[in-house]
Ligand binder design. Sequence first.
Ligand SMILES: [Zn+2]
Length: 222
Amino acid sequence: MKTCIKDPVPAVFAARDNLAAAVDAHLAGDPDKARRRFRAADTLAVFFWLNPCWYDVEKNVVDAAPAGDSCVVPKEQRDRDRGIAAAVRTEVLARDGYRCRYCGLPVIDATIRKIAHALYPDAVPWDSRDLRRQHAGFAALWLQYDHVVPHSHGGRSNAENVVIACGLCNFGKHGYTLRQLGLSDPRLRLPEPTEWDGLQRLRHGFSKQSREAARRNREAPG
Ligand SMILES: [Zn+2]
């Protein structure tokens, strides 16, 4: 049994370090350094670590029909709300911290990526329709709320069944069960405390002044 679909590689940790350095440079008033470090976190090595696990999810399956596994349940028996309520998200994040419960990667929520994109659109590209035009570092470390037992298999949208996951672990799981993927249940391991703040300091530093800088950056050529 594995704990995750694919072990993180050094390039992903390098992306984490570059993203943290970019945020710190921005908060220290050094936009040129921030832009360089954001760019350094967007590498082909990270892109090819994520893919094809991310877009070709069938390749992640190790046993399509394990004996005694859970089954897809009729729609009327599923949790009516596949979305995860804000109160559940708050509870899950407080329990797990900014750390994937499968592979242990530090994670960053989409709000931080959106702020970084608004501030440095050239260095933090994001096109939701095209994986190749998404910043690889932010994609890899994208905070997700994952249904451990898939919603389609009757998994509930509550804190008992939802854990923090990274982009690869969540999208790579898709609608498959842990047993189909050959994964152990992350809920059987205690969440590990982490010092990583999910780069939330950028949110706190995204002042009116920063928004003004973002507007100027957007208007600047190339
Ligand atoms: Zn993960």
